[in-house]
Write a protein that binds this ligand. Structure first.
Ligand SMILES: [Zn+2]
Length: 333
């Protein structure tokens, strides 16, 4: 069977499934948007006054834990791990959370720890739970770092992300805007915070086409963003083949611990990558085998990777979409 005929095998039911999946927000979006349903503003404002819980996973490295939730009335969209690193002269914030409210709480948390200026905001990638709090830091006039492909990615999804945010959050969404980077990372750059250097790396397409990772050389901490999911099933919005390649490259880097985009606030590196590598490898190999024997995407969705279900939170929310995305990628190999 030629590759050209493969799309014809898709049934109308499958296309509808794909359309339904495509209407869903990506890994971060759904929970971020639903976290602040209309009518919850008072609850959100009450939460705003509560101190943000932080864990200092290494000296000067503070992480706010994101919960594993799709729809959470009380989490304010805090489903991704975000945080900051404190030097002797400056502070770098890594991701800003899913709405302005969360960004403001993160900024207040920085202020509780240190009076040093917030000089840098690193946007690890385009997804809403990582970027919609950025406006909280504009008062600090930080250098905002992003992958060279981040501006285009944000521009292409800005209208959708912003519309959905306002539809679901209502006036709680006020001020939650997309803030593009003002320093592009082409391949690698360093941030000197005084007494410690952060090395920021731009990766080829993996989780998305605009992923950055960051290493704190002083403590041997790798901040992986959504290049690493733990406990919660990975969400594929880039390339399954590329993601496995980047994962191997990250694992070759020396680090004592990793901060995943979703999962515990810290874990031992590189062992922390084992489960995600197993999941993505199974996805890639299972779909390739399905394509080789002329199977359909529907069959792939029904069978590939099903053994992973008990091992991941939110499996049924994202796995079918991952298979769909990976099938589209691999059928043209
Ligand atoms: Zn993401």
């Amino acid at each position: 069977m030629t590759k050209e005929t493969k799309p014809l095998r898709e049934s109308s039911a499958l296309r509808e499934t794909a359309r339904a999946l495509s209407r869903r927000e990506l890994c971060c979006g759904t929970a971020v948007l639903l976290c602040c349903l209309p009518g919850l503003r008072a609850q959100a404002e009450a939460l705003r006054d509560q101190p943000l819980a932080l864990t200092e996973i290494a000296p000067g490295v503070h992480v706010s834990h994101g919960v594993h939730a799709e729809v959470a009335r009380d989490n304010q969209g805090a489903i991704a791990n975000v945080g900051f690193i404190v030097g002797t002269e400056r502070v770098a914030v890594i991701d800003s959370g899913g709405c302005l409210l969360w960004g403001q709480r993160l900024r207040e948390a920085v202020r509780r720890i240190t009076p040093l200026p917030i000089s840098h905001l690193v946007q690890t990638h385009m997804h809403p739970d990582h970027v919609f709090g950025a406006a909280a830091f504009l008062v600090d006039r930080p250098t905002i770092l992003g992958h060279r492909r981040l501006p285009a990615a944000l521009a292409s999804r800005q209208a959708y992300y912003t519309r959905r945010l306002n539809e679901i959050l209502g006036d709680v969404a006020a001020g939650s805007i997309i803030v593009p980077p003002n320093q592009i990372v082409d391949s690698e750059t360093e941030i000197d915070l005084g007494g410690r250097v952060l090395r920021v790396t731009a990766h080829p397409t993996a989780h998305t086409d605009n992923d950055l990772s960051l290493r704190d050389l002083a403590t041997g901490t790798l901040w992986a963003g959504d290049l690493l999911f733990m406990e919660r099933v990975p969400a594929l919005d880039g390339s399954v083949v590329g993601w496995l390649t980047v994962l191997d490259q990250l694992c070759a880097m020396s680090a004592a611990r990793v901060v995943p985009g979703h999962g515990p606030v810290a874990a031992a590196w590189p062992a922390a990558a084992d489960a995600q590598r197993r999941y993505l490898t199974g996805l890639r190999d299972g779909i390739r085998a399905m394509i080789r024997r002329g199977g359909t995407m529907e069959q792939a969705i029904a069978t590939v990777g099903q053994g992973e279900r008990p091992r991941w939170r939110l499996f049924d929310d994202y796995h079918a979409r991952n298979v769909t995305a990976a099938f589209h990628e691999l059928e043209w190999e």
